[in-house]
Ligand binder design. Structure first.
Ligand SMILES: Nc1ncnc2c1ncn2[C@@H]1O[C@H](COP(=O)(O)OP(=O)(O)OP(=O)(O)O)[C@@H](O)[C@H]1O
Ligand code: SF4
Ligand SMILES: [Mg+2]
Length: 334
């Protein structure tokens, strides 16, 4: 299936006290229509910054370089401006739905104003707003149109934020930790909604979450980041069940059996021994080398390139310790 959104060699610098700091270093991402790309990685690994760069909402102290293509068209620097794409072709929802909702404006007005900016006339916009509220399963859309954000629970607010993101009929939906702030009892419903919209609307979804149980249930493809770089990517089930990169292997532990066994309590990423590297304190060579049980001398010197490992999988490891006999057989058969 062709990529809907394709990001090549994304680099992002943030202004630092002495010099700019490279916080995202050469990230490639692909989002396919009707499928979910999950982005995983410890805190500070550059997930949010990467996502924000795709709709041009990085603050002024950030600079990016790289190629962002939507259906093959270059967007952002040197291409179509982000302002023309944001909220129309690519929408984003955040951890806190109040980032997308104005607290003192009625939901209906917010939805229709949004629609107005998307060029729809007001009667049509009103009808469409109600349809969207129904689509995201808000009970009593007529009442909801007149209500304010504080009159809804967190889960309902996130559903409304999703409705808001859908007003421009986007092709891509980016969700940054969309359920982290929600009560566990409503998280699953919001995730099911995102998955349903992905399938029904043929949306390309990019979801960032710390919860590998969510990744397991939602993601078709998975990209794992460490210290601002991609360390592994590929079909989510395979990456989670037989990780190819030592960092991913440490991260996922015994998934998918883990989440099922303890009823979901240990679904977050496993803590890994050693100090997490962030882009600000990225070790030389492979950034994971101070924590890696497989590290060799060369790992402290050479940055491992992301290499194709067959069957849609890529990883960036000089040693590649989980290269199995099966892999050798498959490679020989190709
Ligand atoms: N506003 C900022 N000002 C300066 N540096 C920043 C800012 N936001 C992020 N960074 C830098 O960019 C790096 C990546 O941040 P980002 O928010 O993308 O991480 P993340 O992977 O989303 O983490 P989390 O899981 O905690 O949300 C951080 O380690 C930090 O060094
Ligand atoms: S390159 Fe070396 S340090 Fe990095 S993950 Fe591979 S084995 Fe570990
Ligand atoms: Mg983040």
């Amino acid at each position: 299936m062709d990529n809907l959104l394709e990001v090549k060699d994304l680099k992002i610098w943030v202004a630092g006290a002495a010099r700019p700091i490279l916080v995202v270093d050469g990230v490639d991402l692909q989002v396919r229509a009707g499928s979910v790309l999950g982005i995983a990685g410890e805190s500070g690994s550059g997930k949010s910054i990467s996502a924000q760069s795709l709709i041009g909402i990085l603050g002024e102290k950030f600079v990016y370089e790289g190629e962002i293509r939507l259906e093959g068209r270059l967007i952002g620097d040197g291409g179509e401006p982000f302002a023309a794409i944001r909220g129309r072709e690519i929408s984003m929802i955040f951890q806190d739905p109040l980032n997308s909702l104005h607290p003192q404006i009625q939901i209906g007005k917010q939805l229709t104003e949004h629609a107005g900016r998307s060029g729809q006339d007001s009667r049509k916009a009103d009808k469409r707003a109600r349809e969207l509220l129904r689509e995201v399963r808000i009970p009593d859309p007529d009442w909801a149109m007149k209500a304010y954000p504080h009159q809804f629970s967190g889960g309902m607010r996130q559903r409304i934020a999703i409705a808001m993101a859908l007003v421009g009929d986007p092709k891509v939906l980016i969700a940054d930790e969309p359920t982290t702030a929600l009560d566990v009892t409503v998280q699953a419903g919001v995730l099911r909604l995102i998955k349903r919209l992905c399938v029904e609307r043929d949306l390309g979804v990019m979801i960032i979450t710390h919860d590998l149980g969510v990744m397991n249930a939602m993601a078709d493809d998975l990209t794992v980041m460490y210290a601002g770089r991609v360390v592994e990517s590929g079909p989510a089930t395979q990456v989670l069940q037989s990780p190819r990169h030592p960092y991913t292997e440490q991260l996922v532990g015994s998934l998918p059996a883990g989440p099922a066994r303890d009823g979901g309590r240990a679904r977050n990423m496993r803590a890994i021994a050693g100090e997490p590297a962030t882009p600000r304190n990225r070790p030389a060579g492979c950034a994971f080398h101070p924590r890696c049980p497989w590290a060799e001398d060369r790992c402290a010197v050479t940055v491992p390139p992301v290499e194709y490992r067959g069957e849609g999988r890529r990883s960036a490891c000089l040693v590649d310790p989980f290269f199995s006999v099966d892999d050798v057989r498959k490679a020989a058969a190709r």
